[in-house]
Design a protein around this ligand. Structure first.
Ligand code: SF4
Ligand code: SF4
Length: 457
């Protein structure tokens, strides 16, 4: 990557320089990773992707479909400026990658939107309010320690009745829709489960694995990380966690065009784990898994990290992939429960992992798995999309929750913390309580004979 020279004449990468707004009328994209023309040209405009695109489903607007967005990218490559309306259509994309699954021509929309977004973030100056909101979101969410500091105040807010009072007034959604969305999404804050640095394998060691603790997962779902470590250990894995040394993996940043930030996070995580001698690096959050598997591409032009990043990315597994790859050794106890399994977009569309979680769930004695209608359509969580765009996210959430409730299942199971929060909160708005659990919590309950009541609380 070329750039402006520093004081010693060395080129400074553009992603270190910060936003450089284009002059009025300048083409939308500069030469620092613009969306690739050859990938744009792969689109044959057939429209097969349209019915799977959540924004097209919501609004029926061509420019809010994958085909329309690719057309806008083409206009940008042809020299059109980065107009506010072009940015709005790019911003409205959830990055769910349902269009990648649906496309018969193999269009790499994932690459295209990632490159387009980083151009938008560097070259488009948003209105002040939007800038402030985004600054606050990205100063908080990718920082597990800052998120954990919120646990105390949030617990007090929930426990003292203040939350109930705020909700009774009905003012929050009208005065501050983003805060209202955060309030609706916040899970009940229980006791913080501590995750150890290392967990030994039970019985014969079959693999040594590193484990990502994540940001939202670490702060608000520590029980999912604890269950992940227990299940891996029960299946013969030594688990190296090092929670005090881990930070964000960069998923949120890279999926929102903050490439420089994502690269910083990726390098830091590599420094912790790529010399730790692990056979696999395991992830239990879909969005993080898809970003980690792309580290090779993210750091391809960094001579100090490119090879390490590619090797590390090849070792990354979603938890369900690894458990199926290893095969079960821990006996399962019966769990008489009917679950609806929700495909998290970044697991199903971005990583192609659909069969493994179903296989693991179906192998639990007494457990029945029901499928949800329109599984390819996103629930509206999409990283922080539900915080930045609360209204359409709420509509998608309610649509998904209604489909889940229609299955008649006792429990919703999925593999992403954002989806769990989003669908449970949408079900509450529909006047229903929907117990939710991560796939690994179900496996943990079965392996350790804990019974189903704990999952249905
Ligand atoms: S990633 Fe999702 S929201 Fe974006 S264009 Fe594709 S299907 Fe639509
Ligand atoms: S992205 Fe694929 S499915 Fe969608 S219009 Fe283009 S070629 Fe067709």
């Amino acid at each position: 990557m070329s750039g402006i020279p520093d004081q010693r004449g060395r080129p400074v990468p553009r992603d270190v320089l910060g936003p450089v707004a284009p002059a009025p009328g300048e083409p939308a994209f500069d030469d620092d990773h613009p969306p690739r023309r050859d990938l744009v040209d792969d689109c044959v405009h057939c429209g097969f992707c349209l019915p799977t695109c959540p924004t097209y489903v919501l609004w029926g607007e061509e420019m809010d479909s994958p085909r329309g967005r690719i057309h806008l990218m083409e206009q940008g490559l042809d020299g059109e400026p980065l107009s506010p309306s072009m940015v709005a259509h790019v911003d409205r994309c959830l990055g769910c990658m349902a269009c990648v699954t649906a496309c018969p021509s193999g269009v790499r929309y994932d690459r295209l939107i990632e490159d387009t977004r980083q151009q938008v973030e560097r070259r488009h100056r948003r209105p002040r309010r939007e800038r402030a909101l985004r600054a606050a979101v990205f100063a908080l969410f990718p920082y597990p320690r800052r998120l954990r500091l919120l646990r105390g105040p949030l617990r007090a807010y929930q426990a003292t009745g203040l939350r109930a009072l705020v909700r009774r007034t009905g003012l929050l959604p009208r005065l501050a829709p983003t805060l209202a969305a955060l309030d609706a999404l916040a899970p009940p804050i229980g006791r913080a489960a501590r995750v150890p640095r290392r967990v030994p394998a039970r019985g014969t060691r079959r693999a040594r694995v590193g484990m990502l603790t994540g940001c939202v997962q670490h702060a608000f779902f520590p029980q999912v990380n604890a269950a992940t470590a227990r299940v891996l250990a029960a299946e013969g894995c030594e688990v190296l966690i090092l929670p005090e040394r881990q930070g964000c993996c960069g998923a949120l940043s890279v999926h929102n065009g903050r490439r420089a930030e994502a690269r910083r996070f990726a390098r830091a995580l590599l420094d912790v784990f790529d010399s730790a001698g692990v056979d696999f690096f395991v992830v239990n959050a879909a969005g993080c898994g898809s970003a980690l598997k792309d580290y090779g591409e993210l750091l391809a032009d960094d001579p100090a990290y490119a090879d390490r990043a590619a090797a590390f990315a090849a070792s990354v597994r979603d938890l369900s992939e690894l458990l199926v790859e290893l095969g079960p050794v821990a006996p399962r106890h019966p769990l008489p429960v009917t679950v609806a399994y929700h495909d998290a977009c970044h697991l199903a569309h971005a990583q192609g992992v659909r069969a493994q979680p179903r296989k693991l769930l179906a192998a639990v004695p007494g457990l029945a798995v029901r499928e949800i209608a329109d599984p390819e359509i996103c629930c509206g969580s999409a990283g922080v999309w539900n915080v930045l765009s609360p209204e359409p996210a709420g509509q998608l959430g309610e649509r998904k929750a209604a489909h889940v409730l229609a299955t008649g299942a006792d429990l919703l199971v999925t593999a992403n913390p954002g989806c769990l929060l989003q669908i449970a909160s949408a079900a509450r708005r529909l006047g229903r309580r929907l117990p939710v659990a991560h796939t690994v919590e179900v496996l943990d309950a079965s392996i350790h004979g804990r019974g189903v009541d704990e999952l249905l609380r």
